[in-house]
Design a protein around this ligand. Structure first.
Ligand code: GDP
Length: 462
């Protein structure tokens, strides 16, 4: 099935100290032999799981392309389960591209996105939850998000899913025995017994679903936008937040002007600030970027920080923005409290009436007062006070969560069928559907389409 050999540059293209070209498949070693000359270890093929020093050269011209370290990892003890050779080149586009070109000339096929991981799955080296954890690790923006992915990669989720599958299989076997031998008393098969076991499985599925919401937030972060009329202190607030907690800055490509995303790390929660560049450049996004743009930003956001000037009070400009915020989740940030002599009862009450579901936090961006409280309010609102379990199993992938919901439906139907005294045949239909649905999570029951779709989400070389 996997009789061709694939190759790709497995590190990001750009300048770096090293870059790696990975080859996987039955011809990996033979192909490497055509491009690699060892400096010392003539029989490098025998030096497995060690790095061998040498050169990549172009056989047709005899020219040396790069000075490299080569790692030979024969299957099945490799990432893909096949023979894998990795060549550590110098990390510039030219040596990497040339090396890959030579390898492809020698018979390898350029790998598709995620193809190495897909092979790892098809060869039984990784189940689907673990393969997906590999993407999550690469994309993790904070340590907690990384920890979630590491837990998933270590197979904890996979084992929890396997436990559910095994129990379901045992129940299905009982029901089928009752179908096949209706005359005999099948041990353990009674509606009461079934109901107990089904309730236990349902509880396990529910537990995984409950953890999913919070897992998603920690993995993907919460998209946040800061809004407010001119001069209320949006950029001052942004700068204070970034100075304390900046995690990562990324550019989102494919937009007219690449949108800058800055990620704050609030106790492990990645808070992704949308279009912070816009806030800084334009000063006032409503006036200069227009209401439509502001609306679009608010639309995308899972959380809005609405900044108002506690000293100047509210006016039509604030009202205009507040009107855009109905049905959104957010925090009212009353800024410039350092200017107040005698409290801010009036403004605070007015604001609280306009957006009653929103917590109000008082700050001074200038004097850095109330920032900790604001950060705590953000975390509280987004996580609903739920902490990330330190070593628990947590579903953080949307695909997994949807499948768990679907499985829960089938299981509930099975439970109802048992409860209302339906025949074992009818119970079995729901149970089998539940088993297949849960099996799609880790790949024990999965179609080729689903596999292709999952791995297409990977980057080239992974
Ligand atoms: P933006 O237009 O909403 O981004 O507002 P800026 O952050 O540019 O702030 C506008 C003005 O308000 C600047 O002169 C800031 O120094 C000032 N400012 C911002 N935050 C505070 C604050 O907490 N207290 C005081 N007194 N002034 C502030």
């Amino acid at each position: 099935m996997l009789d061709d050999t694939i190759a790709a540059i497995s590190t990001p293209l750009g300048e770096g100290a090293i870059g790696i070209v990975r080859i996987s498949g039955p011809q990996a070693i033979a192909i490497a032999e055509t491009v690699f000359v060892p400096a010392v270890n003539k029989f490098w093929q025998k030096q497995t799981y060690k790095l061998v020093y040498g050169h990549v050269f172009d056989q047709t011209t005899g020219k040396i392309i790069d000075e490299v370290l080569l790692g030979n990892m024969p299957g099945p003890y490799s990432y893909t389960g096949e023979d894998v050779v990795e060549i550590n080149c110098h990390g510039g586009p030219a040596p990497l591209r040339k090396t890959l070109e030579l390898i492809c000339r020698a018979g390898a096929r350029p790998a598709e996105a995620g193809e190495f991981s897909k092979r790892a799955f098809l060869n039984g080296r990784l189940d689907l939850t673990r393969a997906e954890a590999v993407i999550d690790m690469i994309r993790a923006a904070t340590e907690d998000a990384l920890q979630l992915a590491v837990n998933q990669l270590s197979g904890r989720l996979s084992r929890a899913i396997d436990d559910i599958l095994n129990e379901l299989l045992a129940i299905v076997a009982l029901v089928e025995a009752a179908i096949d031998f209706p005359e005999d008393e099948v041990e353990d098969y009674s509606p009461a017994q079934m109901a107990i076991r089904l309730t236990a499985v349902i509880a396990k599925v529910r537990e995984l679903i409950a953890g999913a919401e919070i897992g998603k937030v920690y993995r993907e972060g919460i998209k946040t936008v800061i809004v407010g009329k001119p001069n209320v202190g949006k950029s001052s607030l942004l700068n204070v937040l970034l100075r304390e907690k900046r995690a990562i800055v990324t550019a989102v490509p494919g937009t007219t002007r690449d949108i800058i995303e800055e990620v704050l790390n609030l106790g492990g929660l990645p808070v992704v600030l949308i279009d912070t560049a816009g806030i800084r450049d334009a000063g006032d996004e409503v006036e200069k970027l227009g209401v439509a743009r502001t609306l679009a930003m608010i639309d995308q956001a899972g959380l809005v920080l609405m900044v108002a000037d506690a000293w100047a009070g509210l006016d039509a400009g604030d009202e205009e923005i507040i009107a855009l915020l109905q049905n959104k989740r957010g925090i009212l940030v009353l800024n410039k409290i350092d200017l107040l002599q005698d409290g801010l009862g009036q403004v605070k009450n007015e604001l609280a009436q306009k957006l009653p579901a929103w917590p109000v936090v008082e700050i001074s961006a200038l004097q850095e007062q109330g920032i900790k409280e604001l950060e705590a309010a953000i975390v509280d609102l987004v996580t609903g006070g739920l902490a990330l379990p330190a070593d628990g199993v947590m579903v953080s992938n949307v695909r997994h969560k949807n499948l768990l919901f679907k499985a829960l439906e089938h299981l509930t139907e099975a439970q109802e069928a048992v409860g209302t005294g339906l025949t074992p045949e009818l119970v079995a239909v729901d149970l089998r559907a539940a088993w297949e649905t849960v099996g799609e999570i880790n790949g024990r029951a999965v179609t080729e389409d689903i596999v292709d779709k999952i791995f297409a989400d990977f980057c080239i070389g992974k």
